[in-house]
Ligand binder design. Structure first.
Ligand code: SAH
Length: 288
């Protein structure tokens, strides 16, 4: 069923929103089709993609999904195909210089970025414009923290061999990578970025403390976690955690976080020791 056929659609094939301005795409869980209250100025992700039906995907589940339904944030997939050229709405062409695959055309992507920019602040600190790309700057928790304080962001999902370089330059698009591996398209990466960002928006997660204690927030990986039963397959929960002694538990957790970080992520450990030394922590040893 296309959007045009869809009685729930207002006929606009391009922009879809889960907010009060809601226009439902044809493939959506029913609960997300009901118009929901969208809080004024809610943080908004605009996603340019050839596969708008990939959204909200996992973002529609659990706490991010609940917050989406409550209008604490909004999602607006923009169908790149709608900006394609000719009868077949072509979006790609063969790479200049030859070689395998196809490249997304700059004129097509530019038109989509133009629509995505409508009504958004030009200041990139207030509204980042990102292209998901293995060549980009690796995505970090600090980026999610910064972006969660913006008004929203635009994410361009690539497919095939990627996007013509000229449109990235002309539009001042920032490239962000999920990691040193190659995905088939930018949609999974976009969902990961949005998830990490949205969960930092106040009220999206119930418990703010859980954010502050997490991996990376303090520069360390998180300590190991345990729950009931106290003994499972001859493995006991560390005794200190059952002691009720808060100071000792804190010390144990900090020691474990440091041990794991040192062992698994020497890069983080070096940065952390540097920070601690800068803070003048007398306990900071300099062995690494
Ligand atoms: N030829 C490109 C890879 C294209 S993969 C290269 O070698 O750099 C197709 C699309 O998937 C990309 O345009 C990008 O949007 C997305 N993608 C692939 N790997 C990614 C990663 N590690 N991080 C973010 N996006 C990625």
């Amino acid at each position: 069923m296309s959007d045009i056929d869809d009685p729930r659609s207002d006929g606009d094939p391009v922009m879809r929103s889960h907010g009060r301005l809601a226009i439902s795409a044809s493939v959506r869980p029913r609960e997300l089709m009901t118009p929901n209250p969208r809080l004024k100025d809610a943080w908004t992700a605009r996603i340019i993609t050839l596969f708008p039906e990939a959204f909200p995907g996992t973002l529609g589940l659990s706490l991010t999904g609940k917050a989406l339904n409550e209008g604490l944030w909004a999602l607006e997939p923009i169908d790149l195909r709608a900006f394609g050229v000719g009868k077949h709405r072509n979006v790609d062409d063969t790479p200049a210089g030859g070689g395998a695959g196809m490249v997304l055309r700059p004129d097509v992507v530019d038109r989509a970025l133009g629509v995505a920019a409508a009504g958004t602040p030009g200041d990139r600190a207030r509204w980042p414009v990102l292209y998901l790309s293995p060549r980009g700057k690796p995505f970090r928790q600090a980026d999610a923290e910064r972006w969660s304080k913006a008004e929203g962001m635009t994410l361009l999902c690539g497919r095939f061999e990627g996007v013509d370089e000229r449109v990235l330059e002309a539009r001042g698009v920032e490239e962000v990578s999920l990691g040193d591996f190659v995905l088939t398209g930018g949609e999974i990466a976009a969902q990961a970025l949005i998830d990490a960002t949205v969960r930092l928006i106040p009220r999206v997660l119930g418990n703010r403390d859980s954010i502050e204690e997490e991996s990376f927030s303090s520069g360390l990986l998180e300590h190991p976690q345990y729950t009931r039963p106290a003994v499972w397959k001859d493995r006991a929960v560390p005794e200190v955690l059952l002691s009720g002694h808060h100071a000792r538990i804190e010390t144990w957790r900090r020691d474990e976080a440091e041990r794991l970080t040192k062992q698994r992520r020497p890069d983080l450990w070096r940065a952390y020791r540097g920070d601690v030394a800068d803070d003048g922590d007398p306990g900071g040893d300099r062995e690494l």
